[in-house]
Design a protein around this ligand. Sequence first.
Ligand code: DGJ
Length: 733
Amino acid sequence: MKKSQRISTAIAAMCAAAVMNAGQIKIETNGISMILESESGHTLDLCYFGEKLMNTTEFAHAWHITQPDTGDAYGLQLYPAYGGRFFLNPALKLTHADGVITTELVYESHEQTVIDDNRTATVIRLRDKIYDAHVDLHFLAYNDENVITQSVVFRHNETGNVLVENIASSYITLKARNYYLTHFHGTWAREMQLSEERLTPGVKVIESKKGVRTTQSDNSAFLVSLDEPAQEYSGEIYAGALAWTGNYKMQFEVDEAGLLHIVGGINPFASAVSVAAGEEFATPEMILTYSNCGRSSISHNLHDWTRKYNIAHGNEERPIVLNSWEGAYFDFDEDVITGMIDDAAEFGIEMFVLDDGWFGNKYPRNADNAGLGDWQVNKKKLPHGISYLADYAVSKGLKFGIWMEPEMVNPDSELAHRHPEWIVQSGERDMLPMRNQLLLDLTNPEVQDFVFNAFDGVLNMSPNISYVKWDANRHADNVGSTYLAQNEQNRFWHDYINGLYSVYKRIRAKYPDITIQLCSSGGGRLDFGALKYHDEFWTSDNTNALDRLYIQYGTNIFFPAIATAAHVSTSPNHQTGMMLPLKFRFDVAMMGRLGMEMQPGQLEGAERTFAIEAIKLYKELRPTIQFGDLYRLNSPYDNDGYCSNMYVSKNRGEAVVFAFSTIYHNRTQSYGIKLHGLDPNRHYLLKEVNTMPGDKTYAGDGKVYSGEFLMKAGLSLPLDNAFSSMVFHLVEQ
Ligand code: DGJ
């Protein structure tokens, strides 16, 4: 072939490729490609989602399927509605104004906007083939964090209302030999328990219908590992979590061709919403990430993304907290609290938080059966008010925080008598108390104002309040609203959460600097939707260090250490009765945001000295733990009686290693762990830290090792006894 012929053939091929890919849409980060394809009037299809591609042109029609009986070729719709040839669980189910129950979505247009050098927004507009009904898919791709978020907006101009029966935030299709699903189930004091299973043909569902404490059954966060169970440092893993504080449903459907379809979003259960012409219905965001090198990168992606984009003050170190709950419960007066503040100051603690029990006068809050809703200081217990305590804490060099549960009301409260219509209720049915309390109806704007004003009023008690613990100790049942119209009761689940978010937004607009803890009977409300407005979460009411190893392990796969409130409590533990060494309790709590949940003054002698030194040490290790990368070395779920994690600073100059033994091993066995994340070419001084006085046990203490040695040979630890633990600080030389 002559040169000129070769050139024209090449140009023809390029033009053909360009034409073929005219409808290709790329949603990409530094490490992920999601390739879509569309043409006006045709479906929007997924061609590829996974490791970043070098060249996407060949991927056009990559997943086209030809139907054997009709010979029709069709793609895998990115956002399938119930209608047309679609026969699996759909992303969207509508009943149109004229009663037609099917929808067929086709591509209309799309636009991409570079927001800054890390983020690109994509909006893809779909519409029904026949009806004036529209679905906009919104994506935001975060380059460095390898996170893609997706949400959906529905609107229409039909002549009458459209019933939205199901509207997912995302729909992902994967193709592999096998799929392993990891999800996180639990209950009160046993949150975020990891469970992994191979998906078989059919549908596996994870959902919540509890409305407020969504994580008390399962969390919406999930991992899907391809072909083999999820590994820490190898293998392809997809992760998702719904940024929504209400009911959700995640469906994992393995179809007859062996493809996995993951549909996730608001739970359609009892939630069909009637949308008027011109009105919009928006879904929450699904947070998605992917790794081709195992679970640890999934955590790095999500932790980095959370700190940068989805938590308050993600770049600021968290203070060490003494929370009054387990030390005093409801049983305190001014002297008890000032005594705790004195102790906290002596221990080097930086924030004192006054928990439940400080409010209510006509119905004093001396137990959990009265006072909720009456946010005035209890004059009998605290005659000099909150400002006295806050000033006292500040005079001792501490910050001051306070507990609230503003969404709730006790029947024995002035609020319940004043506004019975503000309580969630289902017609004439009994209201069903839980922990002696009822839920306020946040669908009602007057209740939203009340909650905002309650928060505002408490903060106005003293300019020295710098932290609020926002609790929520029940979920929603017998739901309904006196505010919503009779034919709108199904909006409850959705409007409650949007009402809550609108209060959060008002609070954050007025109080951008306040630290707010997300708490719901412990970790009952843990999701990226609420976390965005908070600084941290109370991980669990279970402060028993052994249980915390499991709870924090599951939690920290998605949520970072900086947000994981982890408090040292007394022994025997109040929830479990278990007795554990103080060192073990501190070592576990130091893997998160350290705090104490006891009377520190109870610690005496060597234990007191140890605790004071541990707090001092945590301040030194804190930047690495709170801002570094988490590497899991050994899971408590491995059932070998060991557990180990390490944190490595972003510049790889420092690391902190934690190792635990939870059973008796034997004296001839040592615990071998190979470290991760270090620079093989650098050298690190290894120091065993956080030891009881005179108790250093590691022979390698004070020696310098190369990163290569530490990662290839590792450490051999003399951890034989049950509930023994070791901590190492590595500093580059
Ligand atoms: C549940 C929380 O998780 C506890 O820490 C404590 O604040 C109590 N509520 C107070 O009622």
